[in-house]
Design a protein around this ligand. Structure first.
Ligand code: SF4
Ligand code: SF4
Length: 129
């Protein structure tokens, strides 16, 4: 298995979902509150995983812009769970870095009083190995 295929299989194993079920309807992206900031919105993200283009996804800001809100999961008529692919690639990226994306000491600077607790917990999970 070449490196491209290995990366794809790693992401599929972490995600535990099947991108081949995607019918490219774009409803996930339509429901995503962060899509206009993402260079790779959820529907394209799923397609790129399926095409084995994981290496290109590793450097995208989409990984960090996803809010893990699961609106895309709710909206998908095919049960593709797009957020899981984003999460899986994010995890691969964090593991490649060999360290958490954000250290606990950096968190107080990133906080503001309006931030819901759920967002803090979600971010901590998202930025950790
Ligand atoms: S989980 Fe991420 S990709 Fe899915 S709708 Fe929310 S922000 Fe968008
Ligand atoms: S909503 Fe589901 S089927 Fe439609 S593009 Fe997104 S992942 Fe594919």
């Amino acid at each position: 298995m070449n490196e491209r295929e290995t990366l794809k299989q790693t992401v599929l194993a972490i995600a535990g979902a099947n991108p081949r079920k995607c019918m490219k309807c774009g409803k996930c992206t339509g429901a995503c509150p962060a899509f206009d900031e993402m260079e790779v919105p959820p529907h394209r993200f799923v397609s790129m995983v399926e095409e084995g283009r994981v290496e290109e996804l590793l450097g995208t800001r989409s990984l960090w812009l996803c809010l893990t809100c699961f609106a895309c999961v709710e909206r998908c008529p095919r049960g593709v769970v797009p957020a899981r692919f984003i999460e899986a690639v994010r995890l691969v990226q964090v593991r490649c870095q060999g360290q958490n994306h954000l250290k606990a000491e950096q968190i107080p600077d990133a906080l503001d009083e309006e931030l819901p607790q759920q967002a803090i917990v979600s971010a901590f999970r998202k930025y950790s190995k």
